[in-house]
Write a protein that binds this ligand. Sequence first.
Ligand SMILES: Nc1nc2c(ncn2[C@@H]2O[C@H](COP(=O)(O)OP(=O)(O)O)[C@@H](O)[C@H]2O)c(=O)[nH]1
Ligand SMILES: [Mg+2]
Length: 256
Amino acid sequence: MTSRPSASSAPVTPGPAPAAPPAQDAKAVTPMGWMHTARFLTTAAQLHHLPVYDLPEIAFVGRSNAGKSTCINTLTQQKQLAFASKKPGRTQHINLFSLGKQGITDAVLADLPGYGYAAVAKMDKARWQQVMANYLVSRPNLLGIVMMCDPRHGLTELDEALLDIIRPRVAEGLKFLIVLTKSDKLTRAEQTKALSIARLQAGGGEVKLFSALKKQGVEDVAQLLWDWTHTPDGSPIQAASAQAPGEGSEPPALDE
Ligand SMILES: Nc1nc2c(ncn2[C@@H]2O[C@H](COP(=O)(O)OP(=O)(O)O)[C@@H](O)[C@H]2O)c(=O)[nH]1
Ligand SMILES: [Mg+2]
């Protein structure tokens, strides 16, 4: 896989750019600076169109209108990376974004289609739920899942269904974070309550309050995603070492 430097990439610092950056270089990168390097990689309408690589991948999921696109744009400090659609449910593709300085990709963000939008035809909905379930169950280099949730509505039935699907992988070490979006719409007391409810539901995963408007939780989430994808000394980790199955192990069969 290649990643071309784009206008949105952070400026290149002087000095040599080794293929595998030593820890002290990586340490100089802040999680927010790292998030800002995000650039479009590719889009896939079907699972078998997704590129195959060892890079750790972090999937963003959530029901339509949960604030997923806004969250991705805020984290990456880019206005239009993920499209905050006026027609929710219309972006039925998996969009991939590369992360990493100096053209060295060390992780990938996967923006999965929002689910639960009422106006989407039943057939399309069912198909997409299946594609998403297959992705979450079988993507070999999937390192973690970030689930966006509007705390005013709590976890919906579809969120719960998705949680059931990923639970076995979370038990095996897949990272999991619930982001409670639009926290600016809640009072302090409501925030505290939403946090404790979501913590119960996250089953060992993390929960963060997030507001694109007030910039609450942005650095926290960036830091967590950095920690997921880097060793304590700041070196990028391999997807294969992130998940228990060793190199060359077969992903679970797809239900197609
Ligand atoms: N007040 C507030 N509104 C938000 C925030 N994040 C998203 N929204 C609004 O929620 C709606 C849905 O956001 P969008 O990112 O398109 O959701 P998506 O369908 O999950 O991608 C839009 O009207 C956003 O402006 C936030 O942090 N605070
Ligand atoms: Mg969206």
